[in-house]
Design a protein around this ligand. Structure first.
Ligand code: HMG
Length: 418
């Protein structure tokens, strides 16, 4: 069977974040609960002129640097923050990025796991025709009610992966194990713009889905716990990876694992997620990006990956990091993006949170915030209007330092998103 896997990977997250110490102070909570109890330091906040389309377009544009657009057969967009019931957000991204009309574009849904379902479909597609490439972008704004237990696990961002028969980063193993069950641990009815969640129950369902899909993966592949050098998990909050890994080790690692082994096996994958919060569909692939861009030497090493989507579906799969992979990463751009973000005061966060596009079909324009290369300009005649506001060259030349940045003085109250 031909090697198929990830040729390029790119992460995008908005330019604003809320430090969870700021949130803890506003909620009268001990910040240690967020920093250590949940393992989160910052949550990315999308300004009113960013949505899943602008975030996806940013991630895809960078992922495709140096790749011939004519080779891209399909663009798949995985999300649970959809902006339209009919038209795929992927079509807007296709247009903003400038993909050719021969490239198909559509949207996928099954909570956080649809990105992995898309990757499995992409692998089959490329196996059938190794000259074709697929771009899978996972993009979400994770949003919970203000003051709810879920709030400190919110986040926003997109991850784009180019899947091809030239897997410069990771070649996927052909086997996977999956588990699907009809449960109500987390969902978002059409009339709500924030998730409903049974938090403690969702953790139990996650762990069950993990062990069940692991069992199926082991049956299919014959591999065992120690056959994987590192593990990446879907991370609604980074301590969930620890809970998952200890759960897996408890019955599948014969001698158990020490604290040091736990740290070695998952720590490098947790770093970026701690700084953005939950990316929903992008979370596992942000973890993989974080691992690949860490100091770990991963050439020829196998990584185990667990994808979970509430509702629920779990998929356990694996891949082997390719020799020389470091030469194809976008590590500097990602670090620069994470470092150059703007730390929001609590009031600005709440203003951005409360800013919603008109729900009655009237037109609206959004104010300009700091965004990536694209922004949502507003709504006109029930149509979303997007615009390009920069180029990759501008981004590379940007020397923004954290002290030079300013919070836009205008408040977001008359702005919108979604
Ligand atoms: P909570 O009930 O407020 O938190 O919400 P808690 O009381 O369970 O505390 C959390 C941890 O902090 C605990 O540690 C506490 O002991 C510790 P643990 O017992 O778990 O080891 N703690 C402290 N530590 C240090 N200093 C302190 C302190 N106080 C407490 N002072 C919950 C937690 C996760 C339930 C909530 O944030 C939530 O509902 N989140 C959203 C749902 C979620 O993330 N579920 C995870 C699995 S489902 C999933 O992954 C799918 C999802 O991504 C969606 C999708 O698929 O689309 C969400």
């Amino acid at each position: 069977m031909k090697k198929v896997g990830i040729e390029a990977i790119s992460l995008y997250t908005p330019r604003y974040y809320l430090d969870l110490k700021t949130l803890a102070a506003a909620r009268g909570t001990d910040a240690e609960k967020y920093y250590n109890g949940l393992g989160q330091e910052r949550m990315a906040v999308a300004p009113p002129d960013e949505d899943i389309v602008t975030m996806s377009a940013n991630a895809v544009k960078v992922a495709l640097e140096g790749i011939d657009y004519r080779e891209i057969d399909t663009l798949m967009l995985a999300t649970e923050s959809g902006i339209d019931q009919s038209k795929a957000a992927a079509i807007y991204v296709h247009s903003l990025v400038g993909l050719p009309s021969t490239c198909k574009a559509f949207e996928l849904k099954q909570a956080c796991c649809s990105s992995t379902a898309g990757i499995l479909s992409a692998l089959a597609l490329v196996q059938m025709n190794p000259r074709k490439k697929v771009v899978l972008v996972a993009s979400d704004i994770a949003r919970y009610g203000l003051g709810t237990p879920g709030e400190p696990t919110a986040g926003a961002g997109a991850v784009a992966l180019v899947i091809s028969a030239d897997p410069k980063l990771v070649a996927f193993d052909p086997e996977n194990g999956s588990y699907t069950a009809d449960v109500m641990d987390f969902w978002r009815p059409n009339y709500m713009d924030q998730a409903m969640v049974d938090g403690k129950y969702s953790i139990r369902v996650y762990l069950k889905a993990l062990s069940e899909s692991w069992n199926e993966y082991v049956k299919a592949s014959g591999r065992e716990f120690n056959d994987h050098y590192r593990y990446c998990y879907h991370m609604p909050f980074t301590r969930m990876a620890e809970k998952g890994h200890l759960h897996l080790a408890k019955y599948s690692a014969p001698e158990g694992i020490s604290k040091d082994m736990l740290k070695d096996q998952i720590y490098s994958a947790q770093r970026y997620n701690r700084l953005t919060g939950n990316l929903y569909t992008g979370s596992l692939y942000e973890a993989l990006t974080s691992l690949l861009e860490s100091r770990d030497k991963l050439d020829d090493r196998r990584v185990g990956m667990f994808s979970y989507g509430s509702g629920c579906m779990g998929i356990f799969f694996s891949g082997v990091v390719q020799k020389g992979y470091r030469n194809y990463l976008k590590t500097d751009a990602h670090r620069q993006m994470l470092e150059a973000r703007i730390d929001l005061p609590y009031g600005d966060y709440e203003d951005m949170y409360k800013a919603v596009l008109p729900q009655d079909g009237s037109d609206a324009q959004t104010m300009h915030y700091e965004t990536g290369l694209y922004r949502l300009a507003g709504i006109s005649g029930h149509k979303r209007i997007y615009e390009t506001v920069g180029s990759i060259a501008d981004r590379h030349n940007e020397k923004t330092s954290v002290d030079q940045q300013q919070i836009p003085r205008e408040k977001a109250s008359q702005q919108g998103r979604r």
